[in-house]
Design a protein around this ligand. Structure first.
Ligand code: GDP
Ligand code: IMO
Ligand code: MG
Length: 416
């Protein structure tokens, strides 16, 4: 057993947190390789409910080392709060390794995101993700390795303030930011290190290493619905670049999808239902953002998008979450193709204009009445629910390994 990827197959919030936490029992490492605190990964267990923003959900399992790899952008202030929340819930202190190459999200990144209008036009999480990746690409970023040298920190902060200075806001108190970073470093320096080396050694030794993706395939900076995307590589490809391992080291690539679709923020969403069904899914599924609390947009399952996600990621298996939310809906619709003007389109379009005009072509499947949160084995699912899973499996061309029927780890039905 070696590398196992957990990848969002839709627009994020597929339940990756639940799946990572469920599967990571007995694992050695769980690695976050992309994004930052824009992620909100929920775990519900005997300690209560927790929404993780930086920490891999799987790292809540005892004995697992949580790795924040270099593909991430990390907000030290929020990371501290997150660890305090873990402690407040009485959970064991997670084992943690922060890559010395990961970039630091600074206060001005959040201000830039809001001040530039990007926060509003894209509907971002306002966590400074885009601006911190932009500074990284501009080769102006501050990395965790830099925190060891106070002169470098001061110099870099003043360089950034010089470049990003916005007369509309009061100047940043650079010395205060520097002092807070030094305090963070004093507490966390033993956790900052060579994540690349640690992950490669673990893989060499045949240890069980999970890679917990953040966001989803359709939010990928290159392969998602640009510009309505996040600023990192959310697909399986992000693992090679963001954790620094050869892609061939992955044994399993798990695509996590909801039994329906949601999206938070702006951008095209062909199967969105702004009527009663959308509302029903939002209320029954508790579809409010784990990071921002925003209502999520909801709609039916989109097979065009899922087949594209499989093409991109090469899933070896699927995990279908929130199947319980569909209980009581008499008929389930699945989008099998789009109509764009007079054309039938079966491939997920790259063009935003085309995708924005795409009207779903639906097939209808029978629903089921029974509540299924108590189901633990396939035979305890109603036939129509099993048929729905089979249908997804055949339509995407990837076996469904598990169906999630509630937020808790035990609320899971393994199909093989
Ligand atoms: P992530 O970002 O992919 O980790 O997903 P989120 O945590 O943002 O959103 C998923 C939400 O659905 C969380 O509130 C989970 O507790 C919840 N959840 C996960 N799986 C299930 C499930 O099978 N059924 C129900 N009802 N809720 C679930
Ligand atoms: P998890 O890991 C859902 C969305 C935002 C916005 C766009 C860009 O919990 O699945 P950003 O702040 O990243 O610049 O915002 O991406 N977004 C997410 N949507 N789940 C997430 O993470 C998301 N992270 C970012 O709503 O539309
Ligand atoms: Mg989430």
């Amino acid at each position: 057993m070696a590398g196992i990827a957990i990848i969002g197959a839709q627009w994020g919030d597929e339940g990756k947190g639940k799946i990572s936490h469920l599967l990571a029992e007995g694992a050695d490492l769980v690695v976050r390789f992309n994004g930052g605190p824009n992620a909100g990964h929920t775990v519900v267990d005997s300690y209560g409910e927790i929404r993780l923003h930086h920490l891999p959900a799987g790292a809540l399992r005892e004995g697992v080392l949580g790795v924040l790899a270099h593909g991430m952008v990390i907000d030290p202030w929020l990371l501290r709060e997150e660890l305090q929340e873990v402690e407040r819930q009485g959970r064991p202190t997670p084992r943690l390794l922060i890559s010395e190459r990961a970039h630091v999200i600074l206060p001005h990144h959040k201000e830039m995101e809001v001040g530039s209008g990007i926060a509003k036009s894209i509907g971002t999480t306002r966590r400074g993700i885009g601006p911190s990746y932009a500074d990284k690409a501009l080769r102006l970023g501050l990395r965790f390795a830099d925190l060891a040298d106070q002169d470098i920190v001061r110099e870099r902060l003043s360089q950034l303030e010089g470049i990003h200075r916005n007369p509309a806001r009061p100047p940043v108190d650079l010395e205060r930011v520097a002092q807070e970073l030094f305090e963070f470093y004093a507490v966390f320096k033993d956790y900052i290190g060579d994540s690349l080396g640690t992950v490669s050694v673990a893989l060499e030794k045949g240890e069980k290493v999970f890679f917990e993706g953040a966001q989803g395939t359709l939010l990928d900076i290159d392969l998602g619905t640009y510009p309505y995307v996040t600023s990192s590589h959310t697909t399986v490809h992000g693992i090679a670049s963001g954790a620094g391992i050869p892609a061939v080291k992955l044994d399993r690539i798990i695509g996590v999808l909801k039994a329906y679709t949601t999206r938070v923020g702006e951008g095209p969403f062909p199967t969105e239902d702004v009527g009663r069904l959308g509302e029903l899914l939002r209320e029954k599924g508790g579809e409010y953002g784990a990071t921002t609390g925003r209502p999520r947009r909801c709609g039916w399952l989109d097979l065009v998008a899922l087949r594209y996600a499989h093409k991109v990621n090469g899933f070896t298996e699927l995990a279908v979450t929130k199947l319980d939310v569909l209980s009581g809906i008499p008929e389930i619709f699945v989008c099998v193709a789009y109509r764009v003007g007079n054309e039938k389109v079966e491939e997920f379009p790259a063009s935003l204009a085309e995708l924005s005009q795409a009207k779903p072509i639906y097939e209808r499947l029978p629903g089921w009445k029974e509540e299924i949160r108590g189901a633990r084995i396939p035979e305890e699912l109603p036939r129509a629910a099993r048929d729905y899973l089979r249908y997804i499996e055949q339509a995407v061309g990837v076996p469904v390994r598990l169906a999630s029927v509630g937020p808790r780890p035990e609320e899971t039905v393994f199909l093989f």
